[in-house]
Design a protein around this ligand. Structure first.
Ligand SMILES: C[S@@+](CC[C@H](N)C(=O)[O-])C[C@H]1O[C@@H](n2cnc3c(N)ncnc32)[C@H](O)[C@@H]1O
Length: 483
């Protein structure tokens, strides 16, 4: 059987929020202690071509990974790539989730990303039934889905493009026509607040990649749901809501409407932010997660921070760059000191227990760290990732990244499970040379005289000498080097 995912390839990428270590950290914060990373069993339902699962299996050779998917072409690509990488701890199974026989199987972590609200009710039930019957006693399941109420606006445009393309069967033409009608709508809509909101949705669709338009906006099944509906469905299968995979303000349990019902609080919060997407973590009913995070739960964790500190200002405030368009300014002495310390050690991490306040700097260190975690200024983990924080004499880039580049890709998966776009050719050539056999002199020479016989870059010596060091340091910062 050919599925829509065989017809139009879905561009899967690693999803940092699905990493077992992230799930273990969040579970630990809620007093559920799942299996350790280096000896666990991971299942991904709807794994596509394994773009998420293969890097996980690559980094944890002592753990076992199983991916299932209905699209034969995606499963074939996953099998081929994992074999090329020499992995023997991963299996790919071509099956419909509704037909899969799970007898005798048990998993510590189950990942279901971008599947649940895009499949018919029977497949949704099958996903929850598999989680229920195969999750180990302290296991954690991650399930993401399009969410309400935010998707009410999105579904307005989904209905429009599905109606407009109802008679078209060719996927390419469907995608083109969906964009065409969205463009026409944008041109005709006025400035009433309702129309402005619809125009925004049309703009998002016009700018989205083809595969996203086809598999999301035009998807035959796309059923967003409220958190409470999801929690109710999970509980019918003996599964309990743990927390969201994106640790944010709602996870801090800051009172919103101060209702005594935690689920209603989250639901009201979703109304206030127009929530469009959720990634919910589940555990077995009876595991009794602690919904109020106890400070002691942070003690065994590690902390790291990718922030870039700017100079302190005259009034004592300091700005920290969090990402392309995000920053955090603070004049809190503890926050400034901790972020500066962690930033200097990035990508390394330190035990949370070592981050103590000095004098009366801060009374509630755990609370402060959790707020920094929610702001994405601090990363918490149960275990140090496999990476190096300095450039060695003969640097080594991960074999996964080198294989991705050798196949003509420009995107590599970091040791922190993020996608790194290497847009310039020199960085890509350098990373492929980092197999541990070359020191800096040999690297510079190889970059000047490409070993594949290709043309040397113009004005090579000057350019390469000046950029080799910077490129190697950047590779460390981007978590692309291993020990
Ligand atoms: C939107 S894609 C997400 C892929 C991947 N999880 C990701 O996030 O990149 C949905 C995946 O679910 C798979 N799928 C859909 N229905 C399925 C079913 N009934 N059984 C197993 N896999 C299914 C599709 O083939 C596709 O690979």
């Amino acid at each position: 059987m050919t599925t829509s995912y065989d017809e139009v390839t879905y561009a899967s990428t690693p999803k940092p929020q699905t990493q077992p270590d992230r799930l273990a950290t969040l579970a630990t914060l809620h007093s559920v202690i799942p299996a350790p990373m280096d000896r666990c069993r991971v299942l991904e339902i709807g794994c596509g071509d394994g773009s998420n699962l293969i890097p996980l299996a690559f980094r944890e050779p002592g753990s076992r990974f199983t991916g299932i998917d209905l699209a034969r072409t995606a499963i074939d690509r996953g099998r081929e790539f994992s074999a090329a990488l020499g992995l023997d701890n991963i299996e790919f199974i071509h099956t419909d989730v509704r037909d899969w026989d799970v007898a005798g199987r048990e998993f510590d972590y189950i990942i279901v990303h971008g599947v649940y609200s895009w499949v018919p009710p029977a497949a949704r039930e099958a996903i929850l039934a598999i989680c229920s019957s195969t999750l180990s006693p302290n296991g954690v399941a991650y399930i993401s889905y399009n969410a309400l109420p935010g998707c009410h606006f999105r579904s307005y445009v989904w209905d429009l493009v599905r109606f407009h393309t109802r008679a078209i069967t060719d996927p390419r033409q469907k995608i083109e026509e969906a964009r065409a009608i969205a463009r026409q709508m944008m041109e005709r809509l006025g400035d009433h607040p309702h129309q402005i909101a619809i125009k925004e949705e049309c703009k998002n669709l016009i700018e989205a990649d083809d595969w996203m338009v086809f598999h999301d906006d035009l998807a035959e099944v796309n059923t967003p749901l409220h958190l409470s509906e999801f929690v109710e469905a999970a509980s019918r299968h003996g599964l309990e809501y743990l927390c969201d995979a994106e640790f944010g303000r709602d996870c801090l349990r800051a009172p919103f409407l101060a209702t005594p019902d935690w689920l209603a609080e989250l639901e009201y919060f979703d109304y206030s932010v127009g929530r469009r997407f959720r990634s919910s973590l589940l555990c077995r009913s009876g595991t009794t997660p602690d919904r109020d995070i106890q400070p002691s739960r942070l003690e065994g964790l590690l902390a790291a921070s990718p922030v870039i500190p700017e100079c302190e200002q005259a009034d004592g405030a300091q700005k920290f760059i969090l990402g392309e368009d995000k920053s955090l300014s603070t004049n809190h002495p503890f926050v400034k000191r901790v972020l500066c310390d962690l930033a200097a050690r990035w990508p390394g991490c330190v035990p949370v227990a070592s981050l103590t306040g000095q004098d009366d700097e801060v009374r509630d260190v755990s609370g402060m760290l959790l707020r920094l975690y929610a702001a994405k200024a601090v990363e918490l983990s149960t275990r140090a990732p496999h990476l190096v924080d300095t450039v060695s004499d003969r640097p080594i880039a991960s074999a996964l990244g080198r294989l991705q580049l050798s196949r003509g890709g420009e995107v590599v998966t970091s040791q922190r499970h993020t996608s790194v776009h290497l847009t310039d050719e020199l960085s890509r050539r350098l990373l492929m040379l980092l197999d541990g056999s070359r020191d800096r002199t040999a690297l510079a020479a190889a970059l000047v005289r490409p070993e594949d016989g290709g043309a040397a870059p113009s004005n090579p010596d000057q350019r390469i000498e000046s950029t080799l060091d910077a490129n190697l340091k950047m590779a460390v910062r981007l978590c692309l080097l291993v020990g």
